[in-house]
Design a protein around this ligand. Structure first.
Ligand code: GUN
Length: 299
């Protein structure tokens, strides 16, 4: 059985360090970090995520500004809200929960967020800094940044000589994950829905990262013996064994099979999930320090 990578514990230690940084910012410049989260529409899963983000912001000592907008909000209304948050000095981080309901266009909204407040790391300025190897002055997408901390807990910060395979090429996860791995000297393969011979490619991975969005698609025989497996998927499947209409969360990896082959693996839940929220808080405190002209303490 593989070692379980305990995302809950690693996230908890990140959160503890953020609380100390919040106190320092208040002591030194009298500023409380502020995180604004915007959600549009009624998607229950998105509301659950946003609620968790607001609660954690408060736990970190931040001011949490939650803006819940109705389905039917116009592009101009949403843009006006972002513009007002951009100029609000009490707000250091802005997150627009995705996906936005149709017909709202995501990209103009994301690109209108001030890069210094873009705690999702999705603005082209932040994506470009990461792509050009500047990991110091921008903000990095939370889930890949969190996955990277989990990988570092097993392999350290230098991945020279390791083959890493990322399944998924989204702007929110796959692309920044590939950049972070490359920056840490891994040899990176980006796989996706059009990739042929996916199982064979995965079997070459010393570090296999699955962000497909399909329940348990990565099988045990896709995993190289001794590999590290990072499961980014969160899928809800029926669980009739728990009773009528019950369901449970599973990842993109068939956990029991993969855990027999891997050396280290993240569980779902309790792996990457808690890291995403922790890194959102980390980005917010970093943004708050920078916006107040103080060098951001390293994580
Ligand atoms: N929806 C699912 N994950 C995320 C995320 O990390 N950021 C935002 N903004 N929306 C999401």
């Amino acid at each position: 059985m593989a070692t379980l990578i305990d995302g809950k514990a690693i996230a908890a230690s990140v959160i503890e360090s953020i609380k100390t940084k919040t106190q320092r910012l208040e002591r030194e410049v009298g500023v409380t970090p502020g995180l604004a989260v915007i959600i549009v529409g009624n998607d229950p899963a998105s509301h659950a995520y946003v609620g968790a983000k607001s609660r954690m912001a408060k736990e970190c000592g931040f001011t949490s500004f939650q803006h819940t907008l109705p389905e039917g909000t116009t592009q101009a209304e949403l843009a006006a809200l972002v513009a007002s948050l951009n100029t609000n000095p009490a707000v250091h981080g802005i997150l627009v929960q995705l996906p936005l309901p149709a017909p709202l266009q995501t990209d103009p909204i994301i690109q209108s967020i001030l890069p210094e407040k873009d705690v999702d790391g999705l603005h082209v300025v932040n994506a470009g800094k990461l792509a050009t190897g500047d990991l110091e002055t921008g903000l990095i997408s939370c889930t890949p940044a969190g996955a990277m901390l989990l990988i570092r807990s097993i392999h350290g910060s230098d991945l020279s000589g390791h083959n890493a395979v990322v399944i998924g090429r989204s702007n929110l996860f796959g692309k920044p994950m590939g950049q972070l791995l490359l920056n840490a000297n891994a040899t990176v393969t980006m796989a996706h829905s059009r990739t042929r011979n996916l199982p064979t490619i995965c079997r070459a991975a010393d570090i296999l990262i699955a962000a497909v969005g399909r329940a348990e698609i990565v099988k045990g025989d896709w995993v190289k013996p001794g590999a590290t497996v990072i499961d980014v998927g969160i899928n809800r499947i029926d669980a009739p064994e728990r009773g009528e209409r019950k369901n449970r969360l599973v990842g993109d990896v068939a956990f029991a099979e993969a855990a027999n082959v891997a050396a280290a693996i993240t569980p779902v839940p309790g792996g990457v999930g808690p890291m995403t929220i922790a890194m959102l808080m980390e980005n917010t405190i970093t943004a708050a320090y920078r916006l107040n002209g103080i060098a951001a303490p390293s994580p």
